[in-house]
Design a protein around this ligand. Structure first.
Ligand SMILES: O=c1ccn([C@@H]2O[C@H](COP(=O)(O)OP(=O)(O)O[C@H]3O[C@H](CO)[C@@H](O)[C@H](O)[C@H]3O)[C@@H](O)[C@H]2O)c(=O)[nH]1
Ligand SMILES: [Mn+2]
Length: 590
């Protein structure tokens, strides 16, 4: 596909936008396909099978719904739009960023994975004085706290090593499992020495984490290393426990790495859980982190990452900041969404869990009309947009730095933060409704993004050349079904809520089409099943449902056949999604 630049490449811009070329060809395809759809519906209406009325009705309704879905899908396909960023043009004084990482269960999300993700993020190429990390542990697990503690110790070796040799990726587990750098740099003695030293420290950390995880207990000699372990002197029940907040690395130059450089702040947070008080899952966890981080560092930008997704590109924050600082359009942007890529999926991506269609095709289409949905991880938000502020075109809002810096009393801050992470803090307050992540929906991310966009904010989908994040996707049928069930019910909940994309307002037509496609996604399984069962049944019983192709009196027949072929050729991923939906339906029925 050739691409043509449609907007400026002026030097003061920090990002530019261009639309995919070849759209003329797409419009031809679109016209043929649309003609095909209309001819089919016309054929159905003029050839009612009076002897098999139920059959006819089922097929007609299924085809009608396929057609509607296809039309919604054009929101994604009509004008794929790409951005380029210019990080070299950024000012030297960058805005602070708070990085919020979520974990919930040490059995499903092993502590070693959490440590690895955290270290990959801590090694971002960015002014460390501007970064503060908050890890939310909804499992309230000593094993997770231990892994975070071990990561905080190892980071003092890892960060200077990454910076000095500019290594990539900065997830130590991934980096050390490939010997690429060692082979390439074999000649350089200094690199080799440091590599070996850091690798030894890394293996020591891994061993400590693995041992504690195996024993399900942190050894006493390690517990003495940090006062935070005292919180687990008595048993902590994941569903019922006190708020735990421990500062593991003090930023602002107080704690330093082995070479004497300042470190970013790192705080472990396990919000209070109380049976009888709703905790609102990840949305509740992020809202608690939002408040704790506002008290401790209050950066104007907030990155959210799930613990099962590590950073693969140390430049990602610089790219994101280009959008917010852009002098022309930065003030409109509420959040920047990076794609999610998955490693270690099943052979041939059997379940379609690589979700490539979303991040390699569809989200570029959303860039043409106010930007993508919020996808829950790998997303940088303007704190104000999350906190309920509406976009006002009259105010050219800058990324305002009101962050808390300078001498801090960390102990005092941790005590104050506990009140913000208590299970009753939100009672009578607008959290989850007018501010923060939205409650009451299984896909809080898409829901929250929709609400932000309905308040006038734009979003941006940006995929750097080197993948920004690599994550883990379900690899078996059961986990896949659980995830799909959660997504499809959650998305349908959004459609049925007061924020239904059809009525919420402030959305562009293309945007409404995209949100309709996703929020009504689950309904797709019904026509799919109809087609899967009714067509073969009709065929076996000799009931003709389609006109004969060779003697051609009906209009649009050639168009229909061509369109069907094009559809097959153009959508290699579709089959996966549909199979998954059929599976989902069976899951409900069986
Ligand atoms: O009570 C909870 C439950 C989950 N999580 C965290 O939420 C994240 C996402 O949960 P996961 O089970 O991994 O769900 P996925 O289906 O993989 O997540 C996708 O879908 C979710 C719902 O749409 C989004 O929130 C995620 O960001 C997106 O990656 C993980 O980091 C969990 O640790 C919590 O913090 N508290
Ligand atoms: Mn996940």
């Amino acid at each position: 596909m050739t691409e043509s630049i449609t907007t400026t490449t002026a030097t003061d811009r920090l990002f530019t936008t261009k639309q995919a070329g070849g759209r003329f060809l797409y419009k031809i395809y679109f016209t043929i396909f649309l003609t095909g759809i209309f001819s089919l519906l016309y054929y159905r209406c003029t050839h009612i099978l009076h002897d098999h009325l139920v059959l006819w009705l089922l097929i007609t309704l299924a085809e009608f719904w396929f057609s509607v879905t296809w039309i919604f899908q054009q929101g994604f396909r009509w004008a794929p739009t790409f951005h380029s960023t210019y990080p070299d043009e950024l000012p030297s004084d960058l805005p602070p960023i708070d990085l919020l990482v979520c974990t919930a269960d040490p059995d499903r999300e092993p502590p070693a994975l959490v440590a690895n993700t955290l270290l990959s993020l801590m090694a971002y190429d960015y002014d460390v004085n501007k970064l503060a990390y908050y890890l939310s542990d909804d499992g309230g697990s000593e094993l997770t706290f231990h892994a975070v503690y071990q990561a905080s110790v190892f980071s003092k070796y890892w960060l200077p090593f990454c910076r000095k040799f500019n290594v990539e990726p900065r997830a130590p587990q991934v980096y050390f499992s490939s010997e690429e750098d060692v082979v390439n740099e074999r000649g350089r003695q200094s690199f080799r020495q440091e590599y070996d030293a850091v690798k030894a420290k890394y293996e020591q950390m891994q061993e400590q984490i693995a041992r504690a995880t195996r024993l399900r207990k942190v050894p006493d000699e390690v517990r003495k290393g940090h006062k935070g372990f005292k919180e687990w002197d008595s048993k902590v029940d994941p569903r019922h426990h006190q708020p735990i907040i421990e500062v593991l690395i003090r930023g602002d130059g107080e704690d330093r790495d082995v070479e004497g450089n300042p470190m970013p702040t790192l705080v472990y947070v396990s919000r209070e859980k109380h049976q009888g008080h709703p905790h609102h899952y990840k949305a509740g966890a992020l809202n608690a982190l939002n408040r704790v981080s506002a008290l401790m560092s209050n950066a104007p930008l907030v990155l959210n990452v799930d613990c099962d997704m590590h950073s693969n590109n140390s430049q990602a924050l610089l790219h994101a900041v280009c959008f917010f600082l852009d002098p022309k359009e930065g003030h409109r942007i509420g959040y920047v969404q990076f794609p999610q890529s998955f490693g270690g999926i099943t052979e041939n991506d059997l379940y379609g869990n690589g979700v490539k269609r979303i991040y390699e095709v569809e989200f570029y289409g959303t860039n043409a009309h106010n930007g993508p949905m919020y996808a829950g991880t790998g997303s940088v938000h303007r704190r104000e947009s999350l906190n309920g502020r509406k976009y006002d075109p009259k105010v050219q809002l800058k990324v305002e730095d009101k962050s808390v810096r300078g001498n801090k009393n960390w102990e005092d801050l941790a005590v104050k933060a506990k009140a913000l992470a208590s299970s009753t803090f939100e009672t009578g307050k607008p959290w989850g409704k007018e501010m923060g992540l939205m409650y009451g929906c299984a896909v809080e991310d898409v829901f929250t993004g929709l609400v932000l966009q309905s308040r006038g904010w734009q979003s941006v989908f940006y995929a750097p050349e080197r993948k920004a994040y690599l994550g883990l996707a379900p690899v078996n049928t059961n986990d896949t079904l659980i995830q799909h069930k959660r997504w499809s019910t959650g998305l349908l909940e959004i459609f049925l809520s007061e924020y239904c994309p059809w009525t919420v307002g402030k959305l562009k037509l293309g945007q409404i089409m995209c949100y309709s496609f996703y929020t009504l996604w689950s309904l797709w399984c019904l026509p799919m099943l109809t087609y899967a069962f009714v067509l073969p049944l009709a065929m076996v019983n000799g009931i003709p449902l389609f006109p004969k192709v060779c003697n051609a009196p009906d209009p649009g027949r050639v168009a229909l056949t061509t369109a069907a072929l094009l559809q097959l050729l153009s959508q290699p991923f579709l089959i996966h999604t549909n199979l998954a939906n059929v599976g989902l339906f069976l899951h409900f029925v069986v």
